[in-house]
Design a protein around this ligand. Structure first.
Ligand code: GLN
Ligand code: ZN
Length: 780
């Protein structure tokens, strides 16, 4: 075993995309065939060098393993799949002669090819980052093929840097996997733990040979609902990994096991959680002290000689750390186990943008409140210095942090009295509408729609022309009037198209929206937008979340002019389109100085004002999208009821001010809602549209079983691919739905918005949807 100590300060990972999205550009150019593999590799290496040099400049040491080697080209879980050579059978032909997964094979797993769907993509714990789901079966081969990671370690070692390679740990890797198609009933990827661990041992040998002194295994799986049950498995796995002091004659790298995003197992129960990892012989364990609990003295004592890496700087938000409070926590930990505490982030910094200093357009008050990745590195170092040298050594930094907190708390926009008073005066009434049956009758009388009414989810294809006009307007190349004219012409075209297709409830197509959340952030007070605040969403895709920093208000109606204009062009009902409070929170960086539920209610009130104005302008149907409702669901079952309560209530607060004959729709992007169906019913939306085409209308059975009594539009056209569904196919989905859901409740619509589709397939698909609906109606 290596005798090197764990560094006093570290981060678990750093944004991989590059301050100017260099990785995105390099990878996409390679995919397009516009650059060679050598060029891609050169760009990736340049970014690795830049990252390490920057971290050293910020103060992390280049020589003590405090810098993680976490340089996935696409996704860290996919990197682990490649390092294990764990190819699903359906991709077996991609393996090289020794089973290796080269860069092209790696990208094929991520993006699919002509014959094959890519690996499924799903959310990494409760974040907006998406990973590629490994497919593991009883015969999946696990190998030790960490050549790329070893190569990075070696190349940096030649530059004088000792890095700490990072991999997803074996328990979490298998927990996040799904059984590959054809695996026997009841097969669990975790059944393959021993085989995977054997391969991980080989990987450790490779990394040891490359000169790694520490290796980081991320095990956030231990914080999930199944976490406690997995602790014995984790203990066994790590005992096997840590058992040998040498691999192939080279000292085994020391092991750090991290458990971000929550609390590892039952940290409080002696002998489980972190203590079990320590007992297994790993040299350092990390815990997230912001999402998880701060361990008590006896829990720390149970770790023995094992280094405790305290995650006190939040890897998931962009707020400046309360250094005084963090230092108090660290000092109390240190007091119970002197000399064994290191300071770290709670998770990788992959969830935050690079650098506040790159933001030139933020309002003056804001930058001082923020910490992006680079600022967080500095915070970790300050805290580490404060811990070792005493708080006097970091007096100036603590004073600056205190001043920022004070400024934030007393700043005018942080607390807006009128908002506070309005919130305080809310009563049950504000969350309640007339009974469903009463609404149903009033709405049916007002709208006069046929059975199985057809509609779409909101956006129409955002063509190159739309994006070009928006960019020209932003750049000042066209005037606001010219841009307005352009948008109106676009709306008129989309309305005419829908009329021609014979759809029953129309939309304006959302051409004025760059993004369904940012558009609202731009029109509400209390939010700011960054220019360069990109974070990786998946692969080369990045999002730029808005910052919700203050009390939220809506200065003036902003969707109404577009909806009213669209309505003026048709006699059919035109839906008003809004994004719901939970989704607005989920896809923004949200203030951390009050409970999320309180912030959600403020957003709800701002939406409620917009809804009142839409109604006033004559809009009979208003849709409030909540595709992220499921996304924020807490990892632990015990935390879920409280979440469902505030999230569902905020939706009701936004939508309950309307008349009985105004119809409220909502759209949810997913169909696996067995576990939250009661919550969704609690939204009390008159009509709910959901995804269903890909799962062949499986959701119909859930709806029937639950006895869902509201209007529902299970998607009959999968908009996620350019494929045009045939009339017969759509008809058969409608028939399946009709068999489970009473006809008066059933709506016909695509799975989701059409924004990412091209007109070619969209028009044909919608035509088939209308034709199929007509024949389904005839058969009723
Ligand atoms: N109304 C939005 C659209 O159609 C909904 C998008 C979504 O659900 N993600 O684009
Ligand atoms: Zn959707």
């Amino acid at each position: 075993m290596s005798t090197t100590d764990f560094p006093n300060a570290t981060i678990l990972g750093y944004p991989r995309i590059g301050p100017n999205r260099e990785l995105k550009k390099a990878v996409e150019s390679y995919w397009k065939g516009a650059s060679t593999y050598a060029e891609l590799n050169a760009a990736a290496e340049a970014l690795q060098d830049r990252t390490i040099d920057r971290l050293v400049e910020l103060g992390l040491s280049a020589s003590d393993s405090s810098i993680p080697a976490d340089f996935a080209l696409y996704d860290q879980v996919l990197d682990t799949t490649a390092a294990l050579g764990a190819l699903p059978t359906r991709f077996a032909d991609l393996a090289g002669t020794d089973g290796e997964v080269d860069t092209d094979a790696y990208f094929t797993l991520a993006r699919g090819d002509k014959e094959r769907q890519p690996l499924e993509m799903t959310k990494w714990f409760d974040t907006n980052y998406h990973y590629l789901v490994p497919e593991i079966g009883p015969t999946t081969t696990f190998r030790a093929l960490a050549d790329r990671l070893a190569g990075i370690v070696q190349r940096q070692s030649a530059r004088g840097n000792t890095l700490r390679p990072v991999l997803v740990g074996p328990v979490t890797y298998l927990l996040l996997s799904k059984p590959e198609e054809g695996a026997p009933e009841g097969f669990d990827p975790l059944d393959r733990l021993d085989d995977a661990v054997a391969a991980y041992r080989g990987i450790l040998a490779q990394l040891a040979a490359a000169g790694a002194e520490w290796v980081q295994f991320d095990e956030p799986g231990l914080v999930t609902e199944r976490g406690s049950a997995l602790v014995p498995l984790a203990e066994k796995a790590y005992a096997a990994l840590a058992g040998d002091k040498e691999y192939d004659g080279v000292a085994r790298p020391s092991l750090l096991v991290t458990t971000g995003y929550g609390t590892a197992g039952d940290i409080a129960a002696p002998g489980s959680g972190l203590a079990a990892l320590a007992a297994a012989g790993v040299e350092a364990v990390h815990a997230d002290l912001i999402r998880g609990e701060v361990p008590a003295a006896e829990q720390l004592a149970a770790l023995g000689e094992t280094r405790f890496v305290a995650g006190v700087v939040d890897g998931r938000n962009i707020w400046r750390n309360d250094l005084a409070a963090s230092l108090r926590t660290l000092v109390s930990l240190e007091a119970s186990v002197p000399g064994t505490i290191s300071v770290a982030t709670t998770t990788s910094l992959q969830h935050v943008p690079h650098d506040v200093a790159l933001e030139q357009n933020l309002p003056e008050h804001l930058p001082g409140w923020l910490a992006f990745a680079d600022q967080k590195v500095a915070e970790v170092l300050t805290l580490s210095k404060g811990l070792s040298a005493g708080s006097a050594a970091v007096e100036a930094e603590i004073a600056a942090s205190d001043a920022a907190i004070e400024h934030r708390a007393s700043f005018a926009g942080t607390r807006v009295e009128s908002v506070r008073q309005r919130q305080a005066a809310l009563t049950e009434q504000d969350f309640t509408r007339a009974p469903s049956a009463v609404r149903d009758e009033a709405q049916k009388a007002r709208l006069g729609l046929p059975d199985l009414p057809t509609t779409t989810i909101g956006s129409f294809p955002q063509t190159g022309e739309v994006r070009k006009a928006r960019a020209e307007f932003r750049a000042g190349k066209i005037t606001a009037d010219q841009y307005d004219e352009f948008l109106k012409a676009e709306i008129a075209r989309v309305v005419e198209l829908q009329e021609g297709l014979g759809l029953d409830v129309l939309v304006h197509g959302e051409p004025e929206r760059n993004d369904m959340v940012q558009y609202f952030a731009e029109n509400f007070d209390g939010f700011s937008e960054t220019v360069n605040g990109w974070v990786q969403s998946y692969g080369s895709r990045c999002t730029r979340p808005s910052i919700l920093w203050g009390d939220v208000t809506r200065p003036e109606a902003f969707t109404v002019p577009w909806t009213s204009y669209a309505q003026s062009l048709t006699a059919k009902p035109m839906k008003g389109m809004l994004t719901g409070p939970v989704t607005i929170l989920a896809w923004s960086f949200v203030r951390n100085d009050q409970p999320l539920g309180e912030t959600a209610d403020q957003v709800a009130l701002a939406l409620r004002d917009e809804i009142a104005d839409l109604e006033e302008a004559g809009t009979a149907i208003i849709q409030v999208d909540e595709p992220a409702l499921r996304e924020l669901l807490p990892l632990r079952a015990a935390d879920q009821p409280a979440y469902l309560k505030w999230s569902v209530e905020s939706f009701r607060l936004a939508t309950s001010g309307v008349r009985t004959d105004t119809q409220i729709h909502t759209h949810l992007c997913y169909s696996e809602f067995g576990e939250v169906i009661a919550g969704i019913d609690g939204l009390a939306a008159d009509v709910t549209s959901i995804e269903a085409a890909r799962s062949k209308m499986e959701v119909a059975a859930d709806l029937a079983e639950f006895g869902f009594g509201r209007g529902v539009g299970p998607g009959v056209y999968d908009i996620h691919s350019p494929r045009v569904p045939s009339v017969e196919e759509v008809e058969s989905l409608i028939q399946t739905a009709v068999a489970s859901v009473p006809v008066p409740q059933l709506w016909i619509n695509p799975d989701c918005g059409l924004k990412t589709r091209a007109y070619e397939e969209t028009v044909e698909s919608l035509r088939n949807v209308v034709t199929a609906t007509e024949s389904a109606r005839a058969a009723l």
